[in-house]
Design a protein around this ligand. Structure first.
Ligand code: UDP
Length: 235
């Protein structure tokens, strides 16, 4: 494997599968089995899961809610996704721990960086829930933050397409995929990789960002092995 410690970011929407809301048990099983493959190669894995399948703060604010209240709801929704993924991993006998940035001791562990590192060293998949614990942020930024905190070799962002394209590949079949990109180009051209706060945080610490398609079976292992199946963003 090229990478020994990976932070994998999965959007909430990826957990919906064919549904238009919520958590699909088949998708949880699929993602868990993909993670199991890479875990069995000895790779240490941290996970951040979004909540777009349940609730997004921006949507709440657009319908008149106070933004901070709405964002708190979004963060709580990520905990539900994290618990579902923990369950899916455990069903496949992959040890996993949810650590929440918003403490809720009766449900999961609070996020404590040193404890997270210990879990990783012991081969447990750590699922970082509740984003950064602060409103006005996203789980993309939370993923970069946690990747830096755990000294991950790379942050891998799972998307529906095979990386970053010059146009929307779902609308234009002529779209060309970039093998590599610089952080600055992503920011300047406003390429839809992750939000600008996340990309600039990655740029400041030179953390490689790999964008790939997790829907294809075996792609997490290929990505961990360093195969050219997506777009690598570096300096
Ligand atoms: N959120 C937040 N602070 C964070 C991370 C997330 O307030 O540090 C809230 C925010 O409302 C966001 C929601 O949680 O809309 C779900 O996260 P996100 O939209 O990033 O999920 P994804 O698009 O990846 O499914």
């Amino acid at each position: 494997m090229k990478y020994n410690r990976i932070l994998l970011k999965i959007s909430g929407e990826a957990l919906m599968g064919e549904d238009c809301f919520g958590i699909s048990p088949e998708m949880i099983q699929f993602v868990a089995s993909e993670i199991k493959q890479v875990h069995s190669q000895g790779v240490q894995l941290g996970l951040v899961i979004g909540a777009g399948n349940i609730f997004r703060g921006m949507a709440g604010a657009a319908s008149g809610m106070d933004r901070a209240n709405a964002d708190n709801m979004g963060m709580l929704a990520t905990v539900m996704n994290a618990l579902a993924m923990q369950d899916g991993l455990e069903q496949q006998l992959v040890p996993a721990r949810v650590m929440s940035a918003i403490p809720m001791q009766t449900v999961c562990e609070p996020y404590i960086r040193r404890r997270a590192l210990r879990h990783l060293e012991k081969g447990r998949v750590v699922i970082f829930a509740a984003g950064t614990g602060n409103p006005y942020f996203t789980t993309d930024t939370a993923a970069v933050l946690r990747a830096l905190e755990i000294n991950a070799d790379v942050i891998m962002k799972a998307t529906r397409v095979d990386g970053v394209y010059d146009r929307d590949p779902e609308k234009d079949p002529q779209a060309v995929r970039f093998d590599t990109l610089s952080y600055t180009r992503v920011l300047q051209e406003n390429l839809r990789v992750m939000d600008a706060a996340g990309i600039s945080l990655a740029r400041d610490s030179n953390l490689p960002v790999f964008v790939f398609n997790m829907k294809k079976q075996g792609n997490i292992v290929r990505a961990a092995a360093g195969e050219n199946i997506g777009t690598l963003i570096t300096r």
